[in-house]
Design a protein around this ligand. Structure first.
Ligand code: FES
Ligand code: FES
Length: 211
């Protein structure tokens, strides 16, 4: 670990954690014209032909070119994708938990709206602005929602936190001054098994006052 990070100890860990930690859309088919190239690949297990294509995704302001199968989800690309240059995308803030659109752990923003990345096909994310929890901070300056989560200690195990942070940022993007009831409804697609909800709701209220 770099010396600077070591010196900042627990504090920097939480900051980095909140930078690195992560409602719903199931995909439709993408028009072939937007694909850079497509071909048939063989399914590793069955040997059956599987349609694949090279696509471009805009993630946190950067363009990534990746080859995906038609069935590949956005979450898979973010966490495990390798771009055509051989680089791991490695945006693991969005968590793979239920993989069926129930928990919100994989929440990212797509064109400013909360989306379950496990329920969106990567091909359907082309041409859209994708923001993961890693893309919320501005350099060393945390997003007001991230700061408020720290201030209110709005996490325990933290596994749900990236999803809540992104969903909260999306909520405040649509409603700058939500009531408690609106916060509860806005975050109803996310689940916290540790029961930190009151602290999360307080954090969102605090962030709304700062934004
Ligand atoms: S992992 Fe996507 S909603 Fe649970
Ligand atoms: S803090 Fe543990 S699941 Fe939410």
């Amino acid at each position: 670990m770099p010396e600077k990070e070591k010196k900042q100890g627990t504090n920097i860990s939480r900051r980095n954690f909140l930078k690195g930690v992560g409602t719903g859309t199931v995909a439709a088919t993408v028009a072939p014209s937007v694909l850079i190239g497509s071909e048939k690949a063989a399914d590793a297990q069955t040997g059956d032909a599987v349609a694949s294509a090279t696509i471009q995704l805009n993630i946190n302001g950067e363009t990534y070119q990746v080859e995906v199968e038609a069935r590949t989800t956005l979450l898979t690309v973010l966490r495990d994708g390798i771009d055509t240059g051989g680089n791991n995308i490695d945006l693991t803030g969005a968590k793979l938990i239920c993989d069926r659109g129930e928990c919100g752990g994989c929440t990212v923003m797509v064109d400013g709206k909360s989306v379950y990345a496990c329920m969106m096909l990567a091909m359907d994310a082309q041409g859209k602005q994708i923001t993961t929890v890693e893309g919320l901070a501005d350099g060393e300056n945390l997003h007001p929602v991230q700061e408020a989560f720290i201030k209110h200690d709005a996490l325990m195990c933290g596994f749900c936190t990236p999803g809540f942070v992104v969903a909260s940022a999306a909520l405040l993007g649509e409603n700058a001054n939500p009531t408690l009831e609106e916060i509860k409804i806005g975050l109803s697609g996310n689940t916290c098994r540790c029961g930190t909800y009151p602290f999360i709701f307080d954090a969102v209220k605090t962030a709304s006052q700062k934004m």
